[in-house]
Design a binder for this molecule. Structure first.
Ligand code: FA5
Length: 352
């Protein structure tokens, strides 16, 4: 057996034995690579005399072609079996039970905020924001709570150890921040967390408020009444929901009022709305309101002889409890997924 024939059978045997694509590539490099055995023989053609070259040339070219085509054939066999192995490994077991799917829900507070945004945006209000950690000026002093005034004790404040800061007790602080930055005409609302040292069925240490502020040159108590009446009727979806104003005191408004909405008691159940017989009409407080005190305007650099306006603030949990029939305020913040499943809203529902 001459050299070529010997090399041929060696290489073809190696190709046949290559058990994977990597091994096959090693055979290819050893035969046809730059310093491979076939390439080395091809190089000897240059040193041959013409007669020798005439007989050896075609033989060597045939060897190279044969090795190349055997490698290609083996390669496709190996690729095929690699694919079969991969498919077997990755096959789907259709008998496995499906993973349970969990849909998240929108928390009633978020839903309430979305609904309020829709109502007040339609009335032309913008949305303001302020920090949860406040200073005495924005939470009290600028709102006309004089230092040492007993009204400061009405809200059980969490003070920070630094002596200068506190967790805001109401979103009225955002009124001050907004009026410091923006001059009238002002029509804005704000939502936010508020904090007081309280804990029972209707009070939690953290809760949410909405604040509303309107300042212009000709704003009266009539605008406040109209705005509040439209808002509660739109929010609760009851066209003739009775609304009542009772005189009340907040240092930052004059006159000040608490606002009640009407309901009817049916045994233990309550239903918002107007009683057929006025003697059966019951009232529930939902917010505090009033005409912004001239001192508050002055504290924010607004001339009270030119401008006046109204403000009101309401607890969002209270609104949500009434609208969605949620009996206990504390459950809002227990993060119980079953509670959220029951009282939460589908993320695909637009704000009602
Ligand atoms: C205020 O906080 C005033 N800033 C509201 C205001 C704004 C009056 C603008 C005038 C003008 P009050 O302390 O009443 O008022 O609180 C408002 C609402 O917050 C209450 O009606 C109640 O719904 C809610 N609220 C108060 N304390 C708690 C609490 N601990 N947990 C849950 N909700 C509370």
């Amino acid at each position: 057996m001459n050299n070529i024939e010997k090399l041929r059978s060696e290489i073809l045997a190696q190709i046949a034995q290559a058990s994977d694509l990597k091994a096959l590539d090693a055979v290819r490099v050893a035969a046809l690579g730059k310093s491979g055995s076939v390439s080395a023989l091809m190089k000897t053609l240059g040193t041959m005399n013409p007669d020798e070259r005439k007989t050896q040339g075609p033989l060597l070219n045939a060897l190279k072609d044969e090795v190349t085509s055997h490698i290609a054939a083996r390669e496709s066999v190996l690729q095929e079996s690699a694919l079969v192995a991969q498919l077997a490994q990755e096959s789907v077991d259709i008998t496995l039970p499906a993973r349970p799917q969990q849909n998240g829900t929108i928390h009633p507070i978020s839903q309430t905020i979305n609904e309020l945004v829709r109502i007040f945006a339609a009335m032309g209000f913008t949305i303001a924001q302020g920090p949860d950690i406040e200073d005495d000026w924005h939470n009290f002093t600028a709102l006309n709570f004089p230092p040492g005034h007993p009204a400061r004790e009405m809200q059980d404040t969490f003070f920070l150890k630094d002596g200068g800061h506190l967790l805001r007790t109401h979103t009225s602080s955002v009124q001050i921040r907004y009026m410091e930055q923006n001059k009238p005409p002002i029509r804005t609302i704000c939502f936010g967390r508020t904090y007081r040292s309280d804990w029972d069925m209707t009070h939690t240490p953290m809760f949410h408020q909405m604040e509303c502020l309107m300042i212009d040159t000709n704003v009266t108590m009539a605008h406040l009444k109209g705005c509040l009446q439209d808002f509660v009727r739109a929010f609760f979806g009851i066209a003739d929901l009775p609304v009542r104003f009772r005189p009340s005191f907040f240092p930052f408004v004059e006159p000040g009022a608490e606002v009640d909405i009407g309901y009817i008691k049916n045994g233990d159940a309550i239903a918002l709305g107007r009683a057929a017989n006025p003697a059966d009409q019951k009232w529930m407080e939902v917010l505090g309101a009033g005409m912004v005190h001239p001192n508050v305007l002055k504290n924010c650099g607004i001339d009270p002889d030119v401008f006046q306006g109204f403000a009101f603030g309401t607890g969002l949990e209270r609104l949500a409890m009434l609208k969605y029939g949620i009996p206990d305020l504390r459950t809002f913040f227990e993060s119980d997924v079953r509670w959220l499943g029951h009282y939460g809203f589908s993320p695909l529902d637009a704000a009602a």
